[in-house]
Design a protein around this ligand. Structure first.
Ligand code: UDP
Ligand code: MG
Length: 317
């Protein structure tokens, strides 16, 4: 049984920030309005922004001591490491992760909290609608289905980063030694009681996507190689099929030579088979390489992120 849930828990809100200068004031204003009836802190992790977001964050932290905490990383590490940095700083009974571009609607906090009070440990937003281009929508749709199908944990479809986590889930994630962190996946892996709540995803308030298709591709690859061995199984399967095929070809060639008494002109079929299996081999090595690179990353044991400084108002930093 979980401990009785507080009516008004302390809420830590975390947002990764990469070049979101023009969104930050509106974000903090919205968050404070949504959090008014609960003790709270807002941790904004500056992921190496180059547009002056850092100065805006410092100003907000000084103006709102005890409310806004600005964590500055030493460079751009990426969204997932920035979220890790936020989780490491958070002190709340519950932690909410959201994007800094106002795509995630703080109006959902009430629904999150009531599920949490009802015993849920992870309450995640399920996109009920997406204000995005059709290309992105198709890619996301396909990605979530493929990942859901091949992943070795039960990953809810269309679940976003936007979620509330109980302290024990946050502590579980923080204790993981894993460096390649796909938080949506790890959050599901943690188990406990998981509940999805439909939330409409708004349009990005200002600016263009910071992750972009390339960033999303990287995230997708991390998710797949961290949560699935299906790419390897596919090559085992391809290997088995090609073995059978070549056995069949040998029998066929021997039959022609010994029974029919004709030599087969082999160069065309040889060319096709060598290039086909050469291709499969290279792809297979590529897939193994993906896993090896990730093992190498884990073995190097470098930290996920480096904090440059933390600004808290009222401390004279
Ligand atoms: N972000 C980050 N580091 C990066 C790229 C993005 O911290 O290198 C942040 C970004 O500021 C935003 C969140 O991650 O708060 C999601 O990024 P974005 O809005 O670009 O993703 P999209 O909504 O396009 O998927
Ligand atoms: Mg966004």
């Amino acid at each position: 049984m979980s401990a009785a849930r507080l009516e008004s828990p302390r809420i830590s809100v975390i947002a990764p920030v990469y070049n979101e200068r023009t969104n930050l004031d509106a974000l903090v204003t919205e968050l404070i309005a949504a959090l008014a009836s609960h003790p709270h802190e807002i941790i904004l992790v500056n992921d190496g922004s180059t547009d002056g977001s850092g100065a805006v964050l410092d100003t907000l932290a000084v103006q709102l001591p005890g409310v806004v905490i600005a964590v500055h990383l030493s460079r751009n590490f990426g969204m997932e490491p920035a979220i890790s940095a936020g989780l490491d700083q958070a002190t709340g009974d519950v932690v909410v992760v959201l994007d800094a571009d106002l795509q995630d609607d703080p109006a959902a906090f009430d629904a999150f909290l009531s599920e949490w009070r009802g015993g849920a440990d992870v309450v995640y937003a399920v996109r009920s609608s997406r204000e995005e281009s059709w290309l992105r929508r198709i890619l996301f749709w396909t990605f979530y289905r493929v990942l859901g199908w091949i992943a070795n944990v039960d990953l809810p479809r269309d679940a976003s980063n936007f979620a509330l986590m109980d302290r024990r889930v946050v502590d579980t994630l923080r204790a993981l030694p894993e460096r390649n962190r796909f938080h949506r996946g790890l959050r599901a892996w943690a188990g406990f009681r998981q509940v999805g709540v439909p939330v409409a995803r708004r349009k990005r308030a200002q600016g263009a996507t910071r992750l972009g298709l390339r960033g999303q591709w990287k995230l997708a690859m991390n998710a797949i190689f961290a949560f699935s061995y299906v790419p390897l199984f596919l090559f085992r399967f391809a290997g088995a099929v090609s073995l059978l095929l070549s056995a069949g070809l040998i029998v066929w060639a021997l039959y022609y030579k010994l029974v029919v008494g004709l030599d087969i002109r082999a160069w065309a079929s040889q060319l096709i088979t060598t290039s086909f299996f050469g291709g499969i081999n290279l792809l297979g090595i590529g897939v193994i390489g993906e896993y090896v690179a990730r093992i190498h990353d884990e073995v190097k044991g470098r930290p996920n992120y480096v904090v440059h400084r933390v600004t808290r108002g009222g401390e004279g930093n």
